[in-house]
Design a protein around this ligand. Structure first.
Ligand code: NAD
Length: 308
């Protein structure tokens, strides 16, 4: 019997993910508050549901791909998806949300007699379209096993990270490493420039030495050394700075809740929040190098994050 999937949230990520499930032969009922998102999904073979609850009521698996934890919890809430679904339905939340919100969503699903998985992704819109996302999952082993065939359609790798919330935890820890390392790499390039060292010379040394990391060798924040990096196309994303700012805010929330003295993680969240609200609003997150350089050439601009 064909598995029926309810897919709620058909935006930049959810739209192509749902389309890939249709292409793989799944029956997908979709819902989004934005009409253009819904109609694009319908053009890809998704059946339009009048409400999220209507889709959940007939589904074996309910996938959510929403902006934030409040959207997930409100849809799971009274009179929502959990109440509408048949007992034992599998709920898979692929949104990137707070670990605490994710655990609350798991608890609500379990209390309503359902199974659940948090399964945030990395790979961006390109990965969603190509079906090459990486999923980081948290929840019971049996829930992960049930979701695996669907995750294999939408992605190239799925890692079961542990219990409820473990997927979200893996996602924010990884992105905290990435945010901090991008700032470190960017500061090093700006320092090198001021010391008269060329970008290429620093790259040639650091990429073959202990400074080597993804922020340097794949997403290099200066144009030249890595031709495919966003720096070579005026910092068009890539991984947009507002998404990095969001993920670092989630990491900062978890750091504070855990009482961890992580000065770099908290500082990275502040720097990316400021960059994303200003010049980085539509830039790749590696564009933060320009804010650092601009603040350096005029130290009074340090607090402004200017890129001019
Ligand atoms: P998006 O804003 O394009 O899509 C979210 C969709 O959810 C929107 O179309 C919105 O209308 C819909 N929505 C909100 N509330 C709803 C409701 N109550 N009922 C039905 N639909 C509702 O966002 P996105 O870029 O697709 O990201 C989705 C999630 O994936 C976010 O949590 C984001 O952090 C995460 N993510 C995004 C990327 C990326 O590159 N865009 C990468 C990794 C993870």
């Amino acid at each position: 019997m064909t598995t029926t999937v309810a897919f709620i949230g058909l935006g930049h990520m959810g739209g192509p993910m749902a389309a890939n499930l249709v292409s793989a032969g799944y029956r997908v009922l979709g819902h989004d508050l934005v009409e253009s998102c819904l109609s694009a999904a319908v053009a890809a073979g998704v059946e339009a549901a009048r409400s999220a609850a209507e889709a959940a009521a007939v589904a074996d698996v309910v996938i959510t791909m929403l902006p934030a934890g409040r959207h997930v919890l409100s849809l799971y809430g009274p009179e929502g998806l959990l109440a509408a679904a048949r007992p034992g339905t599998l709920f898979v939340d692929c949104s990137t949300i707070d670990v605490a919100d994710s655990r609350a969503a798991h608890a609500a699903a379990e209390a309503a007699g359902h199974r659940s998985l948090d399964a945030p992704v990395s790979g961006g819109v390109v990965g969603a379209e190509a079906g090459t996302l990486t999923f980081m999952a948290g929840g019971e082993e049996s829930a992960f096993a049930q979701a695996e065939p669907l995750l294999a359609v939408m992605g190239k790798k799925a890692v079961h990270c542990g219990d409820a919330g473990a997927g979200q935890a893996a996602k924010i820890c990884n992105n905290m490493i990435l945010g901090v390392s991008m700032i470190a790499v960017s500061e090093a390039f700006v320092l090198a420039e001021s010391l008269g060292l060329s970008d290429q010379a620093l790259y040639d040394v650091a990429s073959a030495a202990s400074g080597q990391c993804w922020a340097l060798t794949v997403n290099c924040p200066v144009p030249g050394p890595v031709p495919a990096s966003p720096a070579n196309r005026d910092y068009r994303p890539g991984f947009a700075a507002p998404l990095m700012a969001k993920d670092l805010q989630l990491a900062a929330n978890a750091l504070r809740a855990s009482g961890i003295d992580a000065e770099l993680g908290l500082r990275a969240a502040e720097l990316y929040a400021r960059f994303a609200e200003g010049p980085g609003a539509d830039q790749d997150f590696s564009g933060i190098v320009r804010a650092i350089r601009a603040a350096t050439s005029n130290p009074t601009d340090t607090q402004k994050g200017s890129t001019t």
